[in-house]
Ligand binder design. Structure first.
Ligand SMILES: [Zn+2]
Ligand SMILES: [Zn+2]
Length: 292
């Protein structure tokens, strides 16, 4: 199974991989620049090489990059949208240089405009950002949101509409990342067996399970349908340990990379969350599963 966690590149790119390995993870997520600043620099070749070598040696895959929190391709404000286009272009370039398999992005917020027009602006902006870009190894993943305010991506329908508007207009693959906290906060009751089965059936029908390579595993401080984006440690929120046991062992999710984005309130919380996920995974027998 692929169990991972968001780690820090502070000091040097490879530090994030070393930390993931130390924590016992076999995949991980990073920010490729400060997520709260517009300015970003390309990591030097020496550091990207070092990252590739370390990941190969230790079998750390996939590497997921999370985009900057400032980027909003759906923004009705033209200056913010233009800055966002430049920033997502740089995110894609850095992801390719670092060798990341996935770039996860928040679709954005239409603010006081309609969701429909917001989705249109995201698609147009991505096409603009991707012009003459050579980043074929990277797949862009739209992350579902907790649904606060006018954020796009609260429903599976919005996510799939977004993908269908973008597909064919950009020179890279486009898929999805589902965040368990955001699912729960936006009203999908994945804490129960029935709710999880229904959610995954809907995700399969609407998004296609094969288009969801990454699951963000976060417990939820906010109750069901609260639209609160507050991540809790595994077992300390409303989804709970039994909820995560079912999620991690669900046959529909067997091939997915599970990546933690849990808070570090106390030293050691990162290790405890990785350990918690591992302890919930059932040992799978190697059987030939029929491919769907
Ligand atoms: Zn996110
Ligand atoms: Zn997330």
């Amino acid at each position: 199974m692929r169990i991972g966690i968001h780690t820090s590149t502070s000091g040097r790119l490879v530090n994030a991989a070393v930390k993931a390995k130390e924590l016992g993870a076999n995949c991980f997520q990073i920010f490729s620049a400060s997520p709260r600043m517009w300015r970003a620099v390309m990591p030097p070749r020496e550091q990207t090489d070092e990252m590739r070598t370390y990941r190969e040696e230790h079998g750390l895959a996939p590497l997921v990059i999370h985009d900057s929190y400032l980027i909003n391709l759906a923004a009705p404000d033209e200056e913010i949208r233009r800055k966002s286009v430049a920033a997502i272009r740089d995110e894609l370039l850095r992801a390719a240089a670092i060798g990341a398999e996935y770039l996860v992005m928040h679709p954005g917020s239409a603010k006081d405009d309609t969701v429909e027009r917001g989705i249109g602006r995201i698609a147009d902006s991505l096409e603009e950002a991707a012009r003459e870009l050579e980043v074929s190894g990277v797949t862009l993943l739209f992350e579902n949101t907790a649904g606060a305010g006018a954020t796009i991506g609260r429903t599976l329908e919005e996510l799939t509409e977004l993908r269908s508007k973008v597909e064919g207009r950009v020179p890279f693959g486009v898929g999805f990342c589902l965040d368990t906290c955001h699912l729960y906060a936006s009203g999908f009751d994945i804490a129960t067996e029935k709710g999880l089965n229904e959610t995954l059936a809907d995700a399969g029908r609407i998004l296609g399970l094969e288009r969801i390579p990454v699951i963000h595993v976060n417990d939820s401080k906010g109750p069901l349908a609260s639209r609160l984006d507050r991540h809790a440690n595994i077992g300390e929120g409303h989804i709970g340990l039994e909820g995560f046991r079912r999620i991690l062992n669900h046959p529909d999710l067997a091939e997915k990379a599970f990546v933690l984005e849990t808070p570090i309130d106390q030293p050691g919380d990162d290790q405890r969350n990785v350990d918690a996920l591992k302890s919930l995974c059932r040992k799978r027998r190697t059987t030939t599963r029929k491919s769907s």
